[in-house]
Design a protein around this ligand. Structure first.
Ligand SMILES: Nc1ncnc2c1ncn2[C@@H]1O[C@H](COP(=O)(O)OP(=O)(O)OP(=O)(O)O)[C@@H](O)[C@H]1O
Ligand SMILES: [Mg+2]
Length: 372
């Protein structure tokens, strides 16, 4: 958010003050709304919640203290920072202002630099607090899911191990093999969950660094298609990979492109029934290389499509082969696509299937790459 996106409500019964403060703030790019009495200020915040309130203390009818108390006692307005406007001599007012919940005060006559500095400081504080709260919520939510989803597979492994220990004599090599396969499958789900957790944390701490270099996208895509062939075959899903003979280099990060493809292809297989086809297409489209991952799977409603890229979105389509679903894959894809200055879109119809398309920008000056 920058200045233009922040709304400052000024409350003062003296029109001249509203004018002076309003022009200083709007001159610096802030959005400004005004109220000339305590009651009209309370009405205004019901309509639109401002980011900061500048509140005069001395007003007829309802003074600033009372307005502030009312704002603080209402949960929807309690977090708006209130800065009091007061005369330089009114020390008692300042103390009482803090008591009723103000975060700061500005003395009249106003010095525009001071006014702007204080407003910016409190805006920054609320935004930082909001961001920390959001991160904390995400973390709690994720930990809840991680704890929940790790418990089931762990107890499954425990169950298998107990069985093997108690019935060791009767275990044939085939039964041991079955048990080992079961454990391997379970462990790979847990690994996926943990690596997703790391991914998310890395991204949120801003440590995710993508390096934009001219790269050969075809090599990466082909690798991942091959990686998934066995898993697709296990569900009798055929993978069809079509691509232009020659593709230009794209400006992107190899690891990020691999993560994007990995998530899209694993989803296509995960949300498709057996005996269907997943088609991967890679071709030039104007100044982009376009990747389509098309499945004949469960598809999704318009409503689902709106929530698709949100974190922990587990939508109507459920895995068709007992795979794990955490709801993080596509939120990671979206973050990476944005970092790469690429674009992603989806077309889907319930019961028919889904196509995800990513447009990767072609590297400058390499319109005719050498890739085969
Ligand atoms: N190709 C697809 N066809 C139908 N539904 C899909 C498809 N891809 C994603 N979805 C729906 O979108 C939801 C979110 O997908 P996302 O990849 O973010 O999470 P996930 O696959 O559930 O778990 P994971 O974090 O392991 O990727 C899925 O739970 C599924 O309901
Ligand atoms: Mg997924």
């Amino acid at each position: 958010m920058n200045n233009e996106e922040a709304l400052i409500l000024i409350v003062d019964d003296i029109p001249r003050n509203l004018q002076v403060l309003g022009s200083i703030l709007s001159g610096s790019g802030f959005g400004v709304s005004v109220a000339s009495s305590g009651q009209s200020a309370l009405d205004a915040v019901q309509e639109t919640i401002p980011d900061v309130i500048l509140l005069d203390i001395q007003m007829p009818d309802m003074d600033g203290f009372e307005v502030c108390e009312r704002l603080k006692s209402n949960p929807t307005t309690a977090d708006i920072p209130v800065i009091f406007l007061t005369a330089r001599t009114e020390v008692d007012d300042i103390v009482r202002g803090f008591d009723v919940g103000a975060v700061d005060y500005i003395t009249k006559p106003f010095i525009s630099q001071e006014l702007l500095a204080r407003v910016r400081t409190h805006l920054r504080l609320v935004r930082q607090t909001k961001r920390l709260q959001d991160l904390n919520n995400d973390k709690n939510e994720f930990l809840g899911i991680a704890a929940h989803d790790l418990r089931n597979p762990l107890s499954k492994i425990q169950f298998i191990a107990e069985k093997m220990a108690y019935e060791a004599q009767t275990f044939t090599p085939e039964l041991i093999n079955d048990a080992a396969q079961d454990i391997l499958h379970t462990v790979s789900g847990m690994m996926e969950l943990i690596s997703n957790l790391l991914d998310v944390n890395v991204i949120e701490q801003g440590k995710l660094v993508v390096e934009l270099n001219p790269i050969e996208v075809g090599v990466i895509i082909e690798h991942i298609v091959r990686d998934y062939e066995a898993r697709a075959a296990a569900k009798k899903i055929t993978l069809q990979y079509d691509h232009d003979e020659r593709l230009p280099l794209i400006q992107a990060d190899e690891v990020a492109v691999a993560q994007i493809m990995d998530n899209l292809l694993s989803n296509a297989i995960k949300y498709s029934p057996t005996r269907t086809q997943v088609t991967i297409r890679l071709y030039t489209q104007e100044q982009f290389v376009r990747l389509d991952v098309q499945d004949q799977g469960l598809g999704m409603s318009d409503d689902d499509q709106k929530r698709l890229f949100q974190k922990f979105a587990r939508l109507s389509a459920k895995p068709t082969g007992n795979e794990h679903s955490i709801g993080l894959g596509l939120s990671i894809v979206k973050t990476l696509v944005d970092k790469l200055q690429a674009r992603i879109s989806v077309e889907s119809a319930i019961g028919k299937g889904t196509t995800f398309s990513v447009l990767f920008p072609v590297a400058q000056g390499t319109n005719h790459g050498t890739q085969s």
